[in-house]
Design a binder for this molecule. Structure first.
Ligand code: FES
Ligand code: FES
Length: 169
């Protein structure tokens, strides 16, 4: 099958590559770019494990063709090292045991980030609603919800500035 030239930005680096028109974004990121924080759980838009950001919006990369990302800025969890919201979430997940095997965690972090950018002080119900499309087979969800609430409190207290500064040291 004839390949198509694709230009986009992935984790803040400009990329040009040839892709098959039928290749899914999740396969391009995992197989071609070795961005293995993008997980494949269901391949049918059910689990959220393949969540990435397209122009800062959360998207399931198993539902998008790579060629649809022409000119788009893509971020995977690997590109969020210096993001203060993700950093606060990671610390809270670590502190409150919001993960066990970690398979769902990149998708959970990106979905929770999207919530915390919209709502500074979410209720427990709002957290559950925001994460309802991300499945976890290990934790029973309560620790994840608690971790998101803790991260929200950390960010409200302004500790995110310190987190961001630490990242650039
Ligand atoms: S692998 Fe994409 S939603 Fe499950
Ligand atoms: S920590 Fe294992 S699937 Fe969520």
């Amino acid at each position: 099958m004839e390949k198509v030239q694709l230009h986009n930005t992935i984790n803040d680096a400009s990329e040009t590559r040839e892709v098959e028109p039928r290749q899914l974004l999740v396969h391009m990121l995992r197989d071609s770019m070795r961005l293995t924080g993008v997980h494949i759980g269901c391949d049918t838009s059910q689990c959220g494990a393949c969540t990435v950001l397209l122009d800062q919006e959360t998207v399931r990369s198993c539902t998008v063709l790579a060629v649809q990302t022409e000119g788009v800025s893509i971020h995977t969890i690997e590109g969020m090292e210096c993001d203060p919201t993700v950093t606060a979430l990671k610390q809270a997940f670590n502190e409150l045991h919001g993960l066990q095997c970690g398979f769902c965690t990149p998708g959970m972090l990106l979905a929770a980030r999207a919530l915390l950018l919209r709502v500074r002080d979410p209720s427990e119900d709002a957290v559950r609603e925001a994460l309802h499309g991300n499945l976890c087979r290990c934790t029973g969800y309560q620790n994840i919800v608690d971790a998101v609430l803790l991260a929200a409190a950390t960010l409200r207290e302004g500790e995110a500035v310190a987190i961001e500064e630490a990242c650039h040291e």
